[in-house]
Design a protein around this ligand. Sequence first.
Ligand SMILES: Cc1cc2nc3c(=O)[nH]c(=O)nc-3n(C[C@H](O)[C@H](O)[C@H](O)COP(=O)(O)O)c2cc1C
Length: 291
Amino acid sequence: RCKDFLKDLLLISEDRFIVVNDHETLSLGDKTLEFILAPWVHWPETMFTYLREDKILFTCDFLGSHLATSDLVIADETKVYEAAKRYYAEIMMPFRKIIKKHLEKIRDLEIETIAPSHGPIYNRPEFILNAYKEWISDDVKNEVVIPYISMHGSTDKMVHYFVDVLIEKGITVKPFNLTKTDIGELAVALVDAATIVIASPMVLAGAHPNIVCATYLVNALKPKLKFACIIGSYGWGGKMVKQIKEMLTNLKVEILKPVVIKGYPKEEDFKSLNILADEIFKKHEKLGLIV
Ligand SMILES: Cc1cc2nc3c(=O)[nH]c(=O)nc-3n(C[C@H](O)[C@H](O)[C@H](O)COP(=O)(O)O)c2cc1C
């Protein structure tokens, strides 16, 4: 597969290839390279290379970070953690199940250094391996992510009210106003969250286009969310709820009863939001997320 890609993308000629199989080795004299097939993290032909004598694992895109730094080796773990989590969220998250298998495959390798093709080299392999183990685990956190947008302030009012109610219940809330959100930040929030609440006004009989775009991304990234819900405001009618639900087919979520109101939120609408917040609290409690 790699050969085909290199021929297609870089126009490398047939005579320059040696094709290797899983665990095959190549001696460079005093150094031995072992090749470990690890497809789909994130290209289909991904392969790790283990330099036996120096115990270095070259992981290709896997375990990388989008961090342009003059430090060849990791200097600030906190900074790299954030960049690596964002890289995972934006690029690797859909391959969570595959990553589990690959981590298993390299479990018994003695690794002193991990050198991905993006971002700095890890001289403490357990730093990035443990981070990945947490991100790909089935465990979710007591967090609600709310991508939202509002044209005239109704959905905005609902979201602000809802955020306060959830916080009062001890739930961590991450609202993202899509008029100014860095969509990568939204992706990062999806790594751990138990619940997503998508908040949109009705526009041209459906969800707001920015919400459609964000929902598409959420579905494509396949986060380990457990619950999803739709809230928002409409003027006369439309199919926003159906449209958003139908866009979430990749997610294994329970969809909670939506709160879609007419116009600006009134007393009974706030009550509906209270009920939804109660339900989310109970769902999180049942999962053991609230102690
Ligand atoms: C461009 C535009 C298109 C709209 N299309 C619809 C529609 O198709 N169906 C509907 O029920 N309301 C529609 N509305 C009305 C809004 O959904 C309604 O005013 C809602 O309360 C706006 O929520 P917001 O204040 O959060 O923006 C539209 C409003 C605008 C500005």
